[in-house]
Design a protein around this ligand. Structure first.
Ligand SMILES: Cc1cc2nc3c(=O)[nH]c(=O)nc-3n(C[C@H](O)[C@H](O)[C@H](O)COP(=O)(O)OP(=O)(O)OC[C@H]3O[C@@H](n4cnc5c(N)ncnc54)[C@H](O)[C@@H]3O)c2cc1C
Ligand SMILES: CC(C)=CCC/C(C)=C/CC/C(C)=C/CSC[C@H](N)C(=O)O
Length: 480
């Protein structure tokens, strides 16, 4: 039974958040909401505010190179944008095709009914089964907003998922997407030709990823996606301001447990202008991956027993933003004027060097914006598992003016570990990014942020009845 707070009911005086990505900045915002105006909230960032939300500039315009699309039912992201007075940027419509390495095996047309007919002809009712499956999961996932609005928190990702979708959701983090879809009656051909390309563009991985993150990825392929006008990272800088948090632009190197009797605090050591500084905090939230290959540079000291090592690794995905002329001939269209696609997905074909290529819109689009035609120079985003070689660039592009490469450790390498990382590392020390192992997306980090703020608040105030409650569906129905 945890003994985690001062017993006299005094509020915490200092809270630290490590990492100013969407997870860390949303945590600072929710902590401020729950703990009130008095507590000092310091947010440490070793790189840029936004983390994996980032843009690059091409020809005087900015393009998303990290997290780019947001689902219309991602309510925390929606709420941040509204509270911060930011604007939505709707995805500009465009046609998609699936490339096998030899040619297109699936092509979207201008005719919705024709596309539906083709899908039915090729895959039977697989796509309807799939759509219903994703809808059902989304509906259950959305219970989290109600639970969180009623103040309920969860001490682990498993508890959170279980409250939303019971053991079904937990199992979805353990079994593969392909296995789940085959069981649902989705055809192998549909999995190979439609599902695999979506997993490749969204997570750079194949259909053996767990079913839960597979469903998140499929939700990210639905219609009605949006982004933030001016760049998604504006949400992070906005939330820091809204939270009245102090941004400390330094890497945290050590988190040391300091104990006075039964009372614990955490000393954060950080590099500040070439010298080490340190400060004591009552509550600490680590909002950055701690897996070894990410190298956060944080070591934990003074914990007895030692904190468990966080297993698994992050997956390399390279985003290249290329300004140039697409080589339509490579895709079987010698005349670029006849090339109708703005997004090219790929099948899991051995030796294929890229996961996707798409014409992209700048983060500020004026009302008259139109996508460039392939015969004009345009800006494209190519995802690949490794940096593109010159010969590969020459294959995809007839010629180009510029290439900007961001080599990401983008999201978990699903399957590199079993089980989900812990949320509670110590009495008042929390870890946000375990949620990515269920599914990595801006909204997942935002859900985790709200959960940790609630959890930290209830644990500090010993309101244990608000943590890991069962039968929440019933409880929220009968509560005001
Ligand atoms: C290429 C790509 C495409 C994606 N596309 C989408 C998408 O379209 N839609 C979507 O919803 N999601 C997408 N994602 C996923 C999404 O971007 C992430 O899930 C989300 O941004 C993670 O946010 P975070 O705050 O949890 O982590 P991060 O953004 O990684 O933030 C962690 C921060 O902590 C900082 N930090 C690390 N160590 C220290 C230290 N020792 N001291 C101080 N600071 C430290 C880091 O510099 C970083 O800024 C994409 C990701 C990538 C890479
Ligand atoms: C969390 C829920 C319920 C839904 C989120 C759905 C979503 C927006 C998933 C996107 C996941 C992701 C990692 C996409 C990466 S690539 C995005 C895009 N295709 C691009 O080209 O940048």
């Amino acid at each position: 039974d945890p003994d985690f707070a001062k017993l006299d009911g005094t509020p915490p005086s200092k809270i630290a958040v490590v990492g100013a990505g969407i997870g860390g900045t949303a945590t600072a915002h929710f902590l401020r909401q729950h703990f009130g105006p008095e507590v000092r909230i310091d947010v440490f960032e070793k790189g840029s505010v936004g983390g994996r939300l980032a843009t690059v500039t091409v020809n005087h315009q900015d393009y998303e190179t990290g997290g780019s699309i947001i689902h219309s039912l991602n309510l925390h992201m929606q709420d941040f944008v509204q509270q911060l007075g930011l604007k939505y940027r709707k995805s500009v419509a465009g046609k998609t095709a699936v490339f096998s390495g030899e040619g297109f095996i699936l092509e979207e047309t201008d005719w919705y009914l024709l596309d539906l007919f083709r899908l039915w002809w090729r895959y039977g009712i697989s796509f309807i089964r799939l759509q219903m499956w994703v809808e059902e999961i989304m509906e259950k996932f959305m219970r989290i907003y109600k639970y969180q609005a009623h103040g309920y928190a969860f001490s682990s990702v498993e508890e959170l998922l279980h409250s939303l979708g019971g053991s079904g959701f937990i199992n979805m983090t353990r079994r593969s997407l392909s296995e789940s879809l085959l069981e649902l009656g989705v055809s192998q051909r549909f999995i190979d030709e439609v599902i695999a390309p979506i997993m490749r563009v969204n997570y750079g991985q194949n259909i053996s990823i767990p079913a839960f993150v597979g469903a998140v990825s499929l939700a990210g392929a639905q219609a009605n996606l949006w982004a933030v006008e001016g760049g998604n990272k504006l949400v992070c800088s906005g939330l820091l301001k809204l939270a009245k948090a102090n941004l400390i632009q330094s890497p945290v190197t050590t988190i040391t447990l300091r104990s006075t009797g039964d009372y614990h605090q955490y000393e954060l050591t950080y590099d500040s202008q070439n010298e080490k500084s340190s400060e004591l905090y009552d509550i600490v939230v680590v909002a950055t991956p701690l897996q070894q290959n990410i190298n956060s540079g944080i070591s934990f000291q003074g914990f007895e027993p030692q904190l468990p090592e966080i297993a698994g690794s992050y997956h390399q995905t390279v985003a290249s933003i290329i300004h140039g002329y697409l080589n339509c001939t490579y895709f079987g269209f010698p005349d670029p004027k006849l090339f109708p696609f703005s997004s090219i997905l790929t099948t899991d074909t051995p030796g294929l060097f890229f996961n996707s290529a798409a014409s992209v819109c700048p983060v500020n689009i004026t009302s008259g914006f139109r996508r460039k035609q392939p015969q004009e120079a345009g800006v494209y985003k190519v995802f690949s598992p490794k940096p593109l070689e010159r010969s590969e660039l020459k294959t995809l592009f007839k010629s180009y003016y510029s290439v900007q490469v961001t080599d990401w450790l983008a999201y978990p390498h699903y399957g590199s570990t079993q089980g989900l990382p812990p949320v509670v590392l110590h009495e008042n020390l929390y870890f946000l990014n375990g949620i990515e192992w269920a599914g990595s997306a801006m909204e997942m980090s935002s859900v985790a942020a709200k959960n940790i703020a609630l959890l930290a608040y209830h644990r500090w105030n010993r309101q244990l009845e608000m943590i890991d409650q069962k039968d929440l569906m019933h409880k929220v129905k009968t509560e005001l």
